[in-house]
Design a protein around this ligand. Structure first.
Ligand SMILES: [Zn+2]
Length: 593
């Protein structure tokens, strides 16, 4: 019999029953004592340590880190359920403080490891099996690591410095209320709710939704911008001045283990393809019966009625599309539902957007959605479940190697979306719905590739401008220019969009994270075209990429599947798939009346 899916709040019981339960207190005490045991290992660390002793120490570190992730995972998920809940806020702050002190006490291991000479390090890595890439990757940071005392100061000061600013940004912006008149009645909306109107069929409502969105952010623009610049300076002070990275983005590139040149090539190819989406927006204007598209209309639906998908139907469609590809993948996704690890409700104070949190190889990941029934929400469901599948497929690896690094982290999620869209296109006989789906795919490609690449280009510029002493208003002006480069003459851009960047939490919390979306999506387009060409033969190669998790450098994982990401032509291949799609759309006659 087929299961029925209903929108619920998730259960965190697989972690802890509550933040003040006896088990939680026990876990704190347990972690404390494991850390104390680990500290006693310190004197064993020497260049001539036997591989057996060395691996025993790494095992212990994995065990205690796992416990730390459980505690921290609970605290952050509990906070996400309701960011205005003071008990959750306090508990998260307390856990962060505790974790920082535990990290400080175990820091000696990675510092010792990073300082070790090549010869003994090579000998130990050769015997390290599953831990090899993790150990290798840590040593990448050897030239960028400070003394133990300095590292400790950075950790302690981050709690009340960049992490505190980041949490404050969350707390400030998550409580914003947006007022919008809908059907003659002024409503108070969350950001997620107001964004539904930004994608509404009524052009006036779209305009008012966007203007209200950036009125609220813009009112705080000076202070949010100042918070951003503080984080940018902190990033530069630490990554460039103290750790000696060649530039702000280089630190993220090494964290991703992607060569700088590959990222430059990716961003360059994206920039070069901006006219492709300008062409798309010109087409969209014709469908909407507009002379020229406004920025408000970028995500406008080309039809008058938005098809809504009840939650149960959405869950079935997503799981069916996964099952079509491989039943094992559908079974994994199903576990997220059946173990009640999915929070799909919309509630005030709940964290906006969506995410998937994979805490350890043995634990089914937790997924947060704000499901409202739009086709977009269904795609988001496929996306986040894709993340869950990725980490579950990689669960044979250690805690240190099962997470794919950022650029590959979006592979299964985006591929999951493609499988869903393909299924929808195949099932749909109505030509109008097919056309809408193609539009939607282009919309999504815009949002995940071009938009994110231009965010990354803006970040690069904002970091540089801030170094040169630019003010918040200068960044806002630079952002407007960035939008103009991206959208060209095809799209008219309202003045208020100069505040868009202060509403993008990624650029605050994980500098340069956003290019990973462009990387992931373009990569998937290329992979998907291979799947179309090769059929069944492609599947084992794909599963192999996912199952590798973070056990090898992304570039090597991909090379093993026959993909060379250092070539501009590879990335251009992704855009060519999109151009095909656009050609198909342009071939459909635009109704005139
Ligand atoms: Zn994602």
């Amino acid at each position: 019999m087929r299961a029925t899916y209903t929108q619920t709040r998730w259960s965190l019981a697989d972690l802890f029953s509550s933040h003040d339960s006896p088990e939680m207190k026990e876990a704190f005490a347990d972690l404390e004592s494991q850390v104390a045991d680990f500290e006693r290992r310190r004197e064993q660390l020497a260049a001539d340590i036997s591989p057996g002793d060395f691996l025993a120490i790494v095992d212990e570190l994995e065990q205690l880190t796992q416990l730390g992730y459980r505690i921290y995972g609970f605290a952050s998920l509990y906070f996400s359920e309701d960011t205005q809940n003071q008990a959750a806020q306090t508990f998260l702050a307390q856990v962060e403080q505790f974790m920082a002190s535990m990290q400080n006490r175990t820091l000696f291991f990675s510092l010792w490891w990073k300082e070790l000479e090549e010869e003994p390090a090579g000998r130990l890595m050769a015997a390290a099996g599953e831990y090899r890439y993790w150990l290798e990757e840590m040593r990448h940071f050897k030239p960028h690591t400070l003394s133990e005392a300095e590292e400790k100061i950075i950790n302690v000061k981050n709690v009340t410095g960049s992490s505190a600013l980041s949490n404050l940004y969350d707390a400030m912006t998550n409580r914003y209320v947006f007022k919008l008149e809908v059907d003659g009645e002024v409503r108070e909306l969350t950001r997620g709710e107001v964004m539904v109107y930004a994608r509404h069929h009524d052009p006036d409502l779209r305009l008012r939704a966007y203007q209200e969105l950036y009125r609220v952010y813009g009112d705080d623009g000076a202070i949010l911008g100042q918070m951003y610049q503080t984080l940018v300076r902190d990033w530069r002070n630490e990554q460039v001045d103290l750790r000696r990275f060649s530039g702000p983005i280089a630190a993220r590139n090494l964290m991703n283990d992607i060569p700088d040149q590959v990222v430059d090539t990716l961003l360059e190819v994206c920039k070069r393809n901006a006219p492709l989406f300008q062409r798309f927006f010109a087409l969209k204007a014709r469908w909407l019966g507009m002379e020229r598209l406004r920025r408000y209309d970028i995500y406008a639906p080309v039809v008058k009625a938005e098809k809504k998908y009840p939650y149960d139907q959405a869950a079935q469609m997503v799981l069916d599309s996964f099952r079509d590809f491989d039943p094992r993948i559908a079974d994994l996704a199903e576990r997220v539902f059946s173990e009640n690890h999915l929070d799909s409700q919309v509630r005030k104070g709940k964290r906006g957007g969506a995410f998937c949190s994979s805490l350890s190889p043995g634990l089914t990941p937790w997924v947060l959605l704000n499901y409202q029934g739009q086709a977009n929400d269904v795609a988001t469901m496929a996306h986040e479940l894709g993340h869950a599948i990725h980490s579950m497929l990689a669960s044979d690896h250690s805690l240190f190697t099962f997470h794919a690094s950022l650029p590959l982290a979006e592979t299964a999620s985006t591929f999951g979306e493609m499988m869903l869209i393909d299924r929808l296109l195949a099932d749909e006989s109505d030509e109008h719905v097919r056309r809408d789906l193609l539009f939607r795919q282009m919309d999504d490609a815009y949002a995940t590739i071009m938009r994110q690449a231009f965010f990354a280009l803006f970040e690069r510029q904002a970091h540089e401008l801030t170094r040169q002493g630019a003010a918040v208003d200068d960044l806002a002006a630079a952002y407007q220019e960035n939008l103009r480069d991206q959208l060209g003459e095809t799209v008219e851009i309202g003045e208020e969009f100069k505040w868009e960047w202060v509403s993008i939490s990624h650029i605050y919390q994980v500098p340069f994270y956003v290019y990973a979306y462009a990387f992931g999506q373009l990569l998937v387009l290329a992979l998907y075209s291979q799947f179309k060409a090769e059929g069944e033969a492609f599947k084992p190669r794909y599963i192999k990429i996912l199952a590798a998790g973070g056990s090898e450098a992304p570039v090597r994982v991909l090379a093993a599947a026959g993909i060379d990401v250092s070539q501009a032509t590879f990335w251009q291949g992704g855009f060519d798939v999109l151009e095909d799609m656009l050609d198909q759309l342009e071939a459909i006659p635009v109704p005139t009346d």
